[in-house]
Design a protein around this ligand. Structure first.
Ligand code: UTP
Length: 289
């Protein structure tokens, strides 16, 4: 099993970040010096992905512009001798083979993934949610691909969340296979406390096999009237092997303000240029709080 294709669903409406996301896609909000989606594409590339399909909608054309050349700007940077800036700008257009498909109606994550069926063909593929950013030494998608390949299975990324938080996620029914890897036998989306299987939540990364498309094709709308990927995965894990990887790394949900701010601070503290200033600023600020 070799995984070289990835889908980034990025067609959500971003209602938790309004009004900022009224005209700017949430995936294009800057995390320090790059838009959110660039971190996700860089993770995919570092995990061995070559072809990436971004699921967009009519309000998100800023994304395809961003991953294209900008001749006038590049020419100006070249003539001004701004080579570092020129390289940074060129690099965004050369990160990977990036393709786009529109989700014409916002009918849920499962529906968005289904839009990728022709792109994927028969190969297993990765899914990286467009607003979930990871900070990890080993790219998180790569950690999932390794487990999917080892077990010949589909794979979901997981981490343990607090008992109070699990109702915001999909809860997994799992048994341990080895350190950090579990066999998945069931799951449920946004469970009420008595419905949860465990506090292990699916968090933003998946490696899936082609069977998911046949399943999604006849999955009825579920929670929130949308076609939920979890409802499809629940059926997938019953007909073919699925594992979960308790991945090493920290996940940030940049689709809500608190997660976005946490990510901004943590990535800024990792950035050599801005970190000395920010550390000093935070120290001084903390004294006044
Ligand atoms: P979210 O629920 O986090 O995104 O979906 P959202 O719908 O934009 O969030 P709100 O409006 O603030 O609650 C998880 C992922 O699925 C994508 C989103 O773009 C995000 O990456 N998605 C969601 C789609 O591509 N299409 C959909 O119909 C729904």
């Amino acid at each position: 099993m070799k995984v070289t294709k990835a889908i980034i669903p990025a067609a959500g409406l971003g209602t938790r970040m309004l009004p900022a996301t009224k005209t700017v896609p949430k995936e294009m909000l800057p995390l320090v010096d790059k838009p959110v989606i660039q971190y996700i594409i860089e993770e995919a590339v570092a995990s061995g992905i070559e072809d990436i399909l971004i699921v967009t909608n009519r309000a998100k054309s800023a994304m395809d512009d961003y991953f294209d050349y900008t001749p006038e700007l590049e020419d100006r940077l070249l003539r001004a001798g701004k080579t570092a800036e020129l390289e940074a700008v060129r690099r965004t257009a050369e990160l990977a083979n990036i393709f786009y498909v529109r989700q014409r109606e916002t009918k849920g994550l499962g529906h968005a993934v289904f839009r990728a069926r022709n792109f994927v063909g028969d190969e297993p593929f990765a899914v990286l949610l467009g607003d979930d950013v990871m900070m990890a030494d080993k790219p998180v998608t790569g950690q999932l691909i390794a487990a999917a390949e080892k077990y010949g299975a589909s794979c979901v990324g997981t981490q343990r969340v607090s008992p109070d938080a699990i109702s915001l996620y999909s809860s997994l029914k799992i048994e341990p296979l080895e350190e950090r890897v579990f066999r998945v036998s069931d799951m449920n989306e946004k469970p009420r406390p008595h419905e949860k299987f465990s506090d292990y939540a699916i968090l933003g990364r998946y490696v899936l096999t082609r069977e998911i498309f046949d399943i999604l094709a006849d999955t009825e709308p579920g929670h929130g009237g949308e076609i939920q990927l979890t409802d499809g995965l629940k059926r997938l894990c019953k007909v073919s092997p699925m594992v979960a990887v308790d991945f090493e790394g920290r996940r940030y949900d940049t689709g809500n303000l608190a997660g976005f701010l946490e990510a901004t601070i943590d990535f800024a503290l990792k950035n050599d240029e801005i970190s000395p200033f920010l550390t000093e600023f935070i120290r001084n600020k903390a004294k006044t709080l």
